[in-house]
Design a protein. Structure first.
Length: 263
């Protein structure tokens, strides 16, 4: 079965691969397909980038103060229960059996009232905590990248020592930026810079920006700059890049189609 023709299955396998839940044999087969099939490689990179961004957005969490309050209440209630049991054992009633013990019924009544009060307090705390978590999630959703376009730029000069390198490109329309992630060990020399180009259906290439040397790069871009652009390319230029109007002056190292996501 050609997995490229089954996008739902490919997406599910890629997500399991990124989460680490894919079994060893299936994982090795998927890695082998990714080396030969760019769509499979793109799916794996997309899911890895997606989970990596979620980890970056996740802030450190500290237990809420009411958690310790609940623990203290439970410990105190257990101590009271053990004390009551010990007292009932030492002072068994002479008449009427244990059901006639006034102390027992008073203790049960007090415990019931305390449990009811504790339940009401905990319920209010839980509701307040849930409200805070919902507000936090809504804030995160508002700032989560909304990827509309994706491209895998593979090395344009096969047979070189860097032919396994590639560049994953996503366009986040909500935040107005192109996000590029280096894949592989390619690194330009200090006197050179990588420059990103849009390849329109007609006319000369248009510069989208000069890339830094980090593994993850972000370039401001609007929807109009990437819409109707079928492909992207990255060239090797003198340090600082070249004017965008003239097109690339150095070799094109990476190139690939820009695909709009359908879901």
């Amino acid at each position: 079965m050609d997995i490229q023709h089954h996008p739902e299955l490919l997406d599910r396998l890629a997500s399991q691969y990124a989460l680490g839940s894919l079994r060893a044999g299936a994982r090795r087969r998927l890695e082998a397909m990714a080396r030969e099939q760019p769509p499979v490689r793109a799916a794996l990179l997309i899911w890895q980038a997606r989970l990596a961004s979620l980890a970056e957005l996740q802030p450190a969490q500290r237990p809420a103060p009411e958690v310790w309050t609940r623990i203290d209440n439970l410990v105190a209630a257990d101590v009271v229960r053990q004390s009551m049991q010990a007292g009932a054992t030492r002072q068994a009633p002479a008449r009427g059996g244990w059901l006639g013990s006034l102390g027992l019924w008073r203790g049960l009544a007090a415990s019931g009232v305390a449990a009811a009060v504790l339940a009401l307090v905990n319920t209010a705390q839980v509701r307040e905590r849930l409200g805070q978590e919902v507000a936090t999630l809504q804030t995160r959703l508002a700032t989560t990248p909304q990827i509309q376009y994706v491209a895998v730029l593979v090395h344009a000069q096969p047979g070189t020592t860097e032919d396994t390198a590639s560049m994953l490109v996503t366009f986040d329309a909500q935040n107005g930026q192109l996000v590029l992630q280096r894949v592989g060990n390619y690194q330009e020399t200090p006197d050179k810079s990588l420059q990103l180009w849009a390849l329109p259906p007609s006319g000369a290439p248009r510069s989208l920006g000069v890339l830094g040397r980090d593994r993850v790069l972000r370039i401001p871009a609007g929807p109009g700059e990437v819409r109707e652009v079928p492909a992207l390319a990255i060239s090797l230029e003198p340090r600082g890049g070249v004017p965008g109007a003239g097109g690339p002056t150095g070799p094109v190292l990476f190139k690939g189609a820009l695909i709009q996501k359908t879901s």
